[in-house]
Design a protein around this ligand. Structure first.
Ligand SMILES: Nc1ncnc2c1ncn2[C@@H]1O[C@H](COP(=O)(O)OP(=O)(O)OP(=O)(O)O)[C@@H](O)[C@H]1O
Ligand SMILES: [Mg+2]
Length: 244
C-alpha cells in the first residue's frame, strides 16, 4: 500500500510552535484565526511570522492593517529584532493600510456593499499575483467586518478570501478579538470557515498576568492542545512548555 504523503508545511519560525505544537509548521495553504483579547500579542505574532517568512524561508509576505496605521505598525514592530526595514524596502514584506485601498476604490462611505467586497477581493488577488506573495495577514478581521452592512457578508467575504488563498497556495493568519462573554473565538463565527485557531489569552497567576497560546484546531495535522506560555521580549514571541 502506498504511504500517505506528508502535507506541505509553512514554518512560522517560532520554534516550539513549529516543532512541538504543530508537528512541523502550519499546513501550507491554510487560514488560521489568531484570536485573543486586546494586547495579548496577536499583531506581534503575525508580524514575526511574516518577517521570518521573508528572511528565513524566502517567502514574500503581505500584511493588511486595519487597526493601526502603517507608520504606527512599523514603529511598534521596528522595536523587535525580527523586524527588518530592508525587507520592506525591497518589497519582500508589504504592509498596506486597508483604508488606503478603500479610498483608492472610491469607497468613502462607512459601509461596504457586496459590489465593494468584489472590488476588495480583486485587489487582494492582484497584489498576491504581482508580488509573488506566499504569506498573508489580515489584522484584524473584526475591523474589516465592521464595515460590512450585513454580518452574513463577513462570512461570505472570508469564505471567498479563503478561496483565493487556496488558489494562490498562500498561508494566512487572520486576527480577531474573541467575542466576549461567549465561547466563540471571533465575533462573526468565522472560526468555522478557518482551518485553524490559535487562542491567545492572559491568565492571572499570583499578582502577574501570564500570556498563553493554545491551538484549538488545525485541519490536516496532528497538534498539541495544551496551553503554552507565550512571552514577548525584544526577540518577539517565544513559547515554552509549562503546566497550568
Ligand atoms: N519590546 C517589547 N518587549 C516586551 N513586551 C512588549 C514589547 N513590545 C510590546 N510588548 C507587549 O506587547 C503588547 C502588544 O502586543 P500586540 O500589539 O501584538 O497585541 P495585540 O493582541 O495585537 O493587541 P490589540 O488587540 O490591541 O491589537 C504590549 O501591550 C506589550 O505588553
Ligand atoms: Mg493588534
Amino acid at each position: 500500500m502506498d504511504s500517505i504523503p506528508e502535507i506541505e508545511r509553512c514554518k512560522t519560525g517560532i520554534d516550539i510552535l513549529d516543532n512541538r505544537i504543530l508537528k512541523g509548521g502550519l499546513p501550507r495553504g491554510s487560514v488560521t484565526l489568531v484570536s485573543g483579547s486586546s494586547g495579548v500579542g496577536k499583531t506581534t505574532m503575525c508580524s514575526q511570522f511574516l518577517f521570518n517568512g521573508a528572511k528565513k524561508y524566502d517567502e514574500n509576505g503581505l500584511l493588511f492593517t486595519l487597526t493601526e496605521s502603517v507608520s504606527q505598525l512599523k514603529k511598534y514592530m521596528g522595536q523587535f529584532k525580527f523586524y527588518d526595514e530592508k525587507l520592506v524596502e525591497k518589497g519582500k514584506v508589504q504592509i498596506l493600510d486597508m483604508r488606503a485601498i478603500y479610498r483608492q476604490l472610491g469607497m468613502n462611505s462607512d459601509k461596504d456593499t457586496p459590489k465593494d467586497t468584489n472590488a476588495i477581493l480583486r485587489i487582494i488577488n492582484s497584489i498576491i499575483g504581482e508580488y509573488n506573495i506566499r504569506r498573508i495577514i489580515v489584522d484584524s478581521v473584526s475591523a474589516m467586518a465592521f464595515r460590512l452592512v450585513d454580518k452574513n457578508q463577513v462570512r461570505d467575504l472570508i469564505f471567498r478570501f479563503e478561496g483565493i488563498i487556496v488558489d494562490r497556495d498562500c498561508t494566512c493568519l487572520l486576527t480577531s478579538e474573541e467575542a466576549s462573554g461567549t465561547r466563540n473565538y471571533s465575533e462573526f463565527n468565522v472560526e468555522f470557515i478557518c482551518d485553524g485557531i490559535f487562542f491567545l489569552r492572559e491568565r492571572e497567576l499570583g499578582n502577574t498576568l501570564t500570556r498563553t497560546l493554545q491551538v484549538i484546531k488545525m485541519r490536516g495535522t496532528d497538534h498539541l492542545r495544551n496551553e503554552h506560555e507565550l512571552r514577548i521580549d525584544s526577540s518577539g514571541i517565544t513559547l515554552t512548555e509549562r503546566t497550568f
